[in-house]
Design a protein around this ligand. Structure first.
Ligand code: CO
Length: 463
C-alpha cells in the first residue's frame, strides 16, 4: 500500500497574504467553498494575524463572521489557523485570560486545528494556548520556527520537537517562513524528528528562492505526512508551491494522493480571474512572482529585505543598503540568534539600521529591543553576553520567568473600555488584539454617525 501524502490548502490565508497582502474579501471565496470542501484536503488554512487585521482595517468585515461563514460552507474539511502563542495575533504578550478566551472562541466559531508558534521557539510561551485549545476540543499543531545559525542544528530542533510532544502537541509543523530550508536539511530534520517523536509532521515553506518543491520532495521522502500548498493562480513566488503540480508529481512517484483532480481544476478556474483582477488593480505586484535566490544567501525573509529598502529610501540613504544588510547577522548574533520572524525580524532590522546610521553600534536602541534583552519576549536561543546586556540595558534586571506570569488578567478592563460598542466576547477579543482597528470597525457598525471611514486599499505589498 503506497504511503498517503496529505495537503493543506493555503489560498485563503498564507497564499493570498504572501501575494496580495491579504486583501481577498469573503465574496471572492463564497462561490467556491463547497467545491473546496469536496477536494479532499487534510485542512484549509483560513485565519491568522494578517487576515484578522485586514478584515477590520481594509475590508470592513468582521473576522469572526468570516470564520463562521466559511465554517457554514465547509462542513467536512478541517479549518486551520496560525497563532503566535502568547502573542495571539498581535505583537506583544497577552495575559493568560485573554489567550484562553481567544483560543476557546476561535474553536467555538469554527477552527479545528491551531498551528501555534513562538518567535523564539520558547515553549513556555506556548503552554497557555496549548492547554486552552485542548480544553476546547481543538487539535494542536505545535510549530518549530526554522532558522539557521550555529546553534540551530538538527539536534536542537529535534529536542524542541520532543519538548512539544510532551507539552501536548497532536502534530508538528516545521515552519520555514523565510523559504531558506534546503532540501538536504529538510530530509535530515524530518528524519530526526520522526525518530524522536510519534507525531505527524507537516512542512511549511515559501517558493521565494525557487527550491520549495525540492524541499517538499526530500521532506516527503524522509517521512513528512502533510505539505502546505496553494492552488495554482496564487501559487509560487512568495507563496507556496502549486497544489496541482505537487499532487501530480507525488502521485507519479508512487505516493497516494487523495485529491479530486477535477474539483481542483474547478478551484483553479475560480481563482484565475480573481488573480487577474488583483493584478490589473496593482494589488498583486508581479515582482512577488519572480524567483529570488538571494534569500538563500542572506537568510533573510523577503518581506524583511523589502522593509529595509523602504526604510532606507525614506531616509534618503539607499547607498547604505549593503552595510545594513551585513550588520543584520551581527545584530542577530549579539542578541542570541533569534529567528527572523514577526516581530523579531522587524526589531533586528531596525537595530541594524540604527547601528549603521548612528555611526556607533547600540548608541540608539529602540524600546522593543530593550524589552527583548530584559527577557520580556522569552528566552533567546543563546544567552546574551554580559557585555552586550550592559551596553543595552545597563544594570537592569533580566526576567527569567515566563513573561506572561508578570501580567494581571486583562479581560475585565478590556470589556469595560469597549462596552459602548461590543455586543459579544468576540467583539471584546477583536478590540484586545487590534484596539484602533476594532474600535473603528465596531464604531461604524454601531453608530451611523461614526466618522472614521474604512482605509483605502493600500497597494504596497508587505510579505
Ligand atoms: Co508562511
Amino acid at each position: 500500500m503506497p504511503r498517503a501524502i496529505r495537503f493543506m490548502e493555503t489560498v485563503l490565508r498564507d497564499g493570498q497574504q504572501s501575494q496580495i497582502a491579504t486583501r481577498m474579501p469573503i465574496e471572492d471565496m463564497l462561490p467556491i467553498l463547497e467545491t473546496m470542501d469536496q477536494v479532499g484536503y487534510e485542512a484549509m488554512e483560513v485565519w491568522g494575524g494578517a487576515t484578522f487585521d485586514s478584515c477590520l482595517r481594509f475590508l470592513n468585515e468582521d473576522p469572526w463572521e468570516r470564520l463562521r461563514t466559511i465554517r457554514a460552507h465547509v462542513k467536512n474539511t478541517k479549518l486551520q489557523m496560525l497563532l503566535r502563542g502568547q502573542n495571539l495575533l498581535g505583537y506583544h504578550n497577552y495575559a493568560d485570560d485573554v489567550v484562553a478566551s481567544f483560543v476557546k472562541k476561535s474553536i467555538e466559531n469554527g477552527i479545528d486545528v491551531l498551528r501555534i508558534f513562538d518567535a523564539l521557539n520558547d515553549t513556555r510561551n506556548l503552554v497557555t494556548s496549548i492547554r486552552a485549545a485542548k480544553e476546547a476540543g481543538g487539535s494542536v499543531q505545535a510549530t518549530i520556527c526554522y532558522t539557521t545559525s550555529d546553534v540551530h542544528t538538527v539536534r536542537y530542533f529535534a529536542s524542541l520537537a520532543v519538548e512539544m510532544e510532551r507539552a501536548g502537541a497532536d502534530s508538528l509543523c516545521i515552519k520555514d517562513m523565510a523559504g531558506v530550508l534546503l532540501p538536504s536539511v529538510a530530509y535530515q530534520l524530518v528524519t530526526e524528528i520522526k525518530n524522536a517523536t510519534r507525531l505527524p509532521v507537516q512542512i511549511h515553506t515559501h517558493a521565494t528562492a525557487g527550491i520549495a518543491q525540492m524541499t517538499y520532495l526530500k521532506a516527503v521522502e524522509a517521512g513528512a505526512d502533510i505539505i502546505d500548498t496553494c492552488i495554482s493562480p496564487f501559487a509560487e513566488g512568495t507563496s507556496q508551491p502549486s497544489t496541482e503540480s505537487m499532487a501530480m508529481a507525488l502521485q507519479d512517484l508512487g505516493y497516494r494522493v487523495d485529491l479530486d483532480m477535477d474539483k481542483l481544476e474547478a478551484v483553479a478556474e475560480h481563482f484565475t480571474p480573481i488573480q487577474k483582477r488583483f493584478l490589473d488593480e496593482g494589488v498583486l505586484n508581479p515582482k512577488v512572482l519572480q524567483v529570488e535566490p538571494k534569500a538563500l544567501l542572506y537568510k533573510v525573509p523577503g518581506g524583511m529585505l523589502s522593509n529595509l529598502i523602504n526604510q532606507l529610501k525614506e531616509l534618503g540613504v539607499e547607498d547604505r543598503y549593503a552595510e545594513v544588510l551585513a550588520e543584520v547577522p551581527r545584530v542577530r548574533a549579539d542578541l542570541g540568534y533569534p529567528p527572523l520572524v514577526t516581530p523579531l525580524s522587524q526589531m533586528v532590522g531596525t537595530q541594524a539600521l540604527m547601528n549603521v546610521l548612528s555611526g556607533e553600534r547600540y548608541k540608539v536602541v529602540p524600546s522593543e529591543i530593550k524589552d527583548y534583552v530584559r527577557g520580556m519576549y522569552g528566552r533567546p536561543p543563546v544567552t546574551i553576553s554580559r557585555k552586550m546586556r550592559a551596553a543595552i540595558i545597563g544594570e537592569e534586571e533580566v526576567v527569567t520567568c515566563r513573561p506572561a506570569d508578570l501580567l494581571e488578567p486583562e479581560l475585565p478592563k478590556l470589556r469595560e473600555e469597549i462596552s459602548c460598542y461590543a455586543h459579544s466576547e468576540e467583539d471584546v477579543l477583536s478590540y484586545a488584539l487590534f484596539p484602533e482597528q476594532a474600535r473603528d470597525f465596531l464604531g461604524r457598525r454601531e453608530d451611523p454617525f461614526y466618522d472614521v471611514p474604512v482605509q483605502e486599499v493600500n497597494v504596497s505589498i508587505a510579505v
